[in-house]
Design a protein around this ligand. Structure first.
Ligand code: FAD
Length: 433
């Protein structure tokens, strides 16, 4: 089978490698040059998954631990500190190492690469995706794997009749800028990693992480971020953390992070999306590397097992993704959107009254449930509208999980459309500006 992978996203590289190993003719079309791939910052993901997929041990020199973390309320009156132990302390790795490991694995598996090639749109013939149009011409294929990220030109140019959601709604994305600034000799805070919810009373979050050699700052907002806003937020952090310098040592780039449920429908005849192109991240914290790699592996294994990439096989990938990962990770979307809908004083109330505790935040909201919140009923009822808003978010999140995990067993376009439409009505929308 001839397979075109649009973009060298993490899931696309994993699928490409496994499919090439199985004897398929796979080419990755990537707009950047090889040396430009991978952000200049460190990320958290499951290292054992990378080892399992590539079959190579990660050297100790490729990563480090991140310090303890405190979540701070908008008014800074309360914070919830998470003290990690040796078994759950966060590990982070430079993105360039990760992408390098996946590129090596794909290359060694027989994948071909066309770097410096801009994918422009899918080629469509008679209701099928038959390849991609690129800056270097048309490339026909039996299957297009879309790994071109959140604004993929393949997904966004599919015909409406395919029923695949093209553009995210407000609140579905975080516009982020991240920079490692130099660290001065001035005092540093006690808890090295501070995450501020509704920082400066704006919808989003910011973090300031003091490392041995630098201070890693990330500002994320649900509306596009200006340079001035970034500078204002850094200045605000500097008031409490005077050791933040002014020289950028790493990063300094902006990125867009999906913070929503994955696409319900992510396949069409000749087309499958994996990674950010299908919005595969944990809504609460935007982590998408594990989900992308798992999706790439699932897609490849499903195709290899079936011996075909027909729509029934691709649908099986789509369905299994939701059963294994999509449903579970989506369940905190309702909680996250309820928090975004709430003014800063609502989030303050939840922190100040212990309605939100470290157990709720350590697992990116996945451990929070209606049952766990009912235990805080008396405290929550000091301000019923805010308490019930998050209860409602959790109930809708639980329904969303169940709905995604109940994707139709067999592919039938009308049935799949009805299922997708039934999901739209259980979402918590972000309307507050
Ligand atoms: C600031 C920031 C911090 C993050 N931290 C974490 C973290 O700690 N842990 C975690 O799990 N996730 C994190 N994420 C999210 C994570 O980056 C993504 O979820 C993950 O990379 C999966 O995305 P992807 O590989 O599908 O897409 P991308 O990483 O966006 O890759 C898409 C690829 O497609 C290429 N491309 C795009 N358009 C075209 C085109 N037209 N033609 C050809 N090629 C194209 C791009 O150049 C890129 O190489 C973070 C994101 C940001 C922005």
């Amino acid at each position: 089978m001839k397979i075109a992978v649009a973009g060298a996203g993490h899931g696309g590289l994993v699928a490409a490698a496994l499919l090439a190993k199985a004897g398929h003719d796979v080419t990755v079309y990537e707009k950047k040059q090889k040396s430009e791939l991978g952000h200049d910052w460190e990320d958290r993901f499951t290292f054992s998954l990378l080892e399992e997929i590539t079959g190579k041990k990660i050297p100790e020199t490729a990563w480090r631990y991140r310090g303890d973390c405190s979540f701070v309320s908008p008014s800074r009156t309360s914070s919830v500190v998470i003290n990690y132990n040796d078994s759950n302390r966060q590990k982070i790795m430079w993105r360039k190492y990760l992408i390098g490991a996946l590129l090596d694995f794909a290359g060694e598996s027989g994948v071909k690469f066309e770097f410096g090639t801009d994918v422009i749109a899918p080629l469509i013939n008679d209701g099928n995706v038959t390849g991609i149009g690129t800056s270097k011409g048309e490339c026909k294929s039996d299957l297009v794997i879309d790994a071109a990220g959140v604004f993929s030109p393949v997904r966004t140019n599919l015909p409406d009749s395919f029923g695949i959601e093209k553009m995210p709604a407000r609140g579905d994305l975080f516009y982020a800028k991240r920079a490692y600034l130099n660290k001065t000799d001035d005092p540093a805070p006690n808890t090295p990693f501070e995450v501020c919810l509704c920082h400066n009373r704006e919808q989003g979050l910011s973090w300031c992480c003091v490392n041995e050699d630098s201070v890693d700052i990330l500002i994320g907002r649900i509306d596009p971020l200006t340079e001035r806003k970034f500078e204002e937020c850094v200045a605000d952090f500097r008031l409490l953390c005077p050791c933040i310098g002014t020289d950028i040592l790493h990063g300094g780039q902006s990125g867009v992070i999906p913070v929503r449920r994955p696409l319900a429908l992510m396949v069409a005849p000749g087309y499958a999306a994996a990674g950010d192109s299908a919005f595969m991240t944990t809504p609460m914290n935007g982590m998408g590397i594990d989900l992308s790699m798992n999706a790439g592996r699932l897609l490849a294994e499903t195709i290899i097992r079936s011996g075909s990439a027909d729509i029934e096989t691709l649908w099986e990938y789509n369905r299994q993704f939701h059963v294994k990962y999509g449903g579970f990770t989506s369940k905190n979307e309702g909680l996250k959107n309820s928090l975004l809908e709430m003014p800063g004083e609502g989030v303050d109330f939840l922190f100040d009254n212990g309605v939100i505790q470290s157990s709720d935040l350590a697992g990116a909201g996945t451990k929070t449930s209606v049952v766990s919140l009912l235990g805080k009923f008396v405290r929550g009822m000091r301000n019923p509208p805010y308490f019930f808003a998050i209860i409602k978010g959790l109930i809708k999140g639980a329904k969303l999980k169940k709905a995604l995990e109940s994707a139709p067993e067999k592919y039938d376009f009308d049935t799949v459309m009805n299922w997708q439409n039934s999901i739209k009505i259980i979402l918590v929308k972000v309307n507050r500006k």
